[in-house]
Design a protein around this ligand. Structure first.
Ligand SMILES: Cc1ncc(COP(=O)(O)O)c(C=O)c1O
Length: 445
């Protein structure tokens, strides 16, 4: 009997090894990891270069407190990611997870306004059906109603939420894309006015919403409107690229496809590819300057921030991505994945939408395509698809509550950046069969 408190009831199978896009289980099965966990394993499994870099750093100097010392891997990782100051981002703060990254972003944004003499800014605006992590601050920022519900009474009231930019579900049939964007922008503006624009610290959003609503990119022009509203009111724009960033959507940063730049960007999963726990924030120069010329230091910190072994692992991951041109492979294989999913499932009577970017795709299920009705959440369709996929030897990431935290089902396909054309075709094949099987089960349930 396992003494580990697992996520779900029961004890899951034990994974013992991994090579390329495959994981090996203790019972001998080989599973294609077609979602890299939750869009984490960007280099796949068993990368020797990364494993050796981690081993070398652990042997040379595993830990030195960041209150006293910096480390070579942390310095080189920041240099590499911030080379050319993308979007005016000049500094990095590394931590151990996406949630810690969100916490750091929220706190630094608040501190920035205190430093520049605007301590009355205490409010954050976020979106429903977005996710920023599971620690209490990040959970309060997020709009994943399913994950929030139990903790609602202990979440900070400093956060309010506006509508997601999620056209498949929320663009009205009588409005154009431009009208939908205008409606969302008006709603955000109204929320600034309701709170008092001078009280808002930041707006936080995922450029492509990940697990919560399933690879939902905003309609064109949305983030430009958002950026303009934040600028007009002197608030910051925090973009959470924990899931969609670091190459996952076909460009190093997801914001590069939106025509905007963030003031603070949260990164994690694809940064270290799962070889070590690591997250971080990338910070605009004016924020760092305000802290430096003000109080002098960021009033925040963790024992394991900028951990040398984690940074060494992430540095090697980023070097492999750069040297092997893997972001270009994400774009090329992403196009093949889109085409494969569309050909296999595009006419499926229970597939309502296939959406995504790069190697970040979701399939959303409906009772019928015309009404876009949802399956009874009690059927747990997304879990059934996950299980059917595992039976087909492929792991994909399931989620329910696509629409409002309760209703709707989707699965995410997000293979490692190293995936080959033949592997994409095999993934599509297996996922297609798993979806057929799970839906056949549900119809007879
Ligand atoms: C967009 C986004 N932000 C934050 C997080 C939290 O990251 P972590 O689970 O590493 O704390 C996640 C994790 O799924 C995420 O997808």
């Amino acid at each position: 009997m396992s003494r580990v408190l697992h996520r779900a009831g029961g004890t899951p199978p034990v994974a013992v090894g991994g090579e390329g896009i495959r994981l090996r289980l203790a019972d001998g099965r080989s599973i294609i990891d077609a979602s890299g966990g939750a869009a984490v394993a960007c280099l796949g499994h068993g990368n020797r270069r990364v494993a050796e870099a981690i081993g070398r750093q652990a042997g040379a100097m595993a830990y030195a407190h960041t209150g006293f010392f910096s480390s070579e891997p942390a310095e080189r990782l920041a240099d590499m990611i911030l080379d050319g100051s993308p979007g005016g981002l000049t500094h990095a703060y590394f931590c151990s997870s996406g949630s810690e990254g969100t916490e750091a972003a929220l706190k630094l944004a608040r501190q920035y306004f205190v430093e520049i003499g605007q301590p009355e800014r205490t409010r954050f605006i976020a979106r429903r059906q977005g996710y920023h992590g599971n620690t209490l601050g990040a959970l309060a920022a997020g709009g994943n109603m399913m994950r929030r519900a139990l903790y609602e009474p202990i979440l900070s009231p400093a956060f309010s939420h506006v509508s997601p930019a999620f056209a498949y579900r929320f663009q009205r049939r009588d409005e154009t894309e431009a009208q939908y964007v205008a409606r969302l922008a008006d709603e955000l503006e109204a929320e600034f006015q309701r709170l008092g624009p001078e009280s808002v610290v930041a707006f936080i959003a995922e450029p492509v919403v990940g697990a919560t609503s399933g690879c939902a990119a905003a309609p064109p022009g949305y983030f430009e409107r958002v950026r303009a509203i934040c600028d007009r009111h002197g608030a910051l724009l925090i973009l959470d690229e924990v899931m969609c960033g670091m190459g996952r959507t076909g460009t190093t940063h997801a914001w590069q496809q939106e025509g905007v730049t963030p003031d603070i960007q949260v990164i994690a999963k694809g940064l270290g590819g799962g070889y070590q726990p690591i997250g971080g924030i990338l910070i605009g120069g004016r924020i760092v300057d305000a802290v430096r010329t003000g109080s002098g230091s960021f009033m925040h910190g963790h024992t394991y921030q900028a951990h040398p072994v984690a940074c060494a692992g992430a540095l090697e991951v980023q070097r492999v991505i750069a040297e092997e041109g893997l972001v270009a492979n994400v774009a090329a294989m992403g196009a093949r994945l889109e085409q494969g999913l569309t050909e296999r499932l595009g006419n499926h009577s229970h597939v309502g939408d296939i959406r995504g970017r790069g190697l970040f795709w979701a399939v959303e299920f409906v009772t019928d395509r015309a009404s876009r009705g949802v399956f009874d959440p009690a059927l747990r369709l997304n879990e059934r698809v996950k299980q059917a996929a595992l039976d087909e030897g492929v792991a994909i990431y399931p989620m329910g509550g696509t629409i409002d935290g309760r209703q709707g089902d989707h699965v995410i396909v997000a293979p490692p950046y190293i995936v080959t054309p033949a592997e994409i075709d095999e993934i599509v094949d297996r996922v297609g069969r798993a979806i057929d099987t799970a839906l056949a089960d549900v119809r007879t349930a």
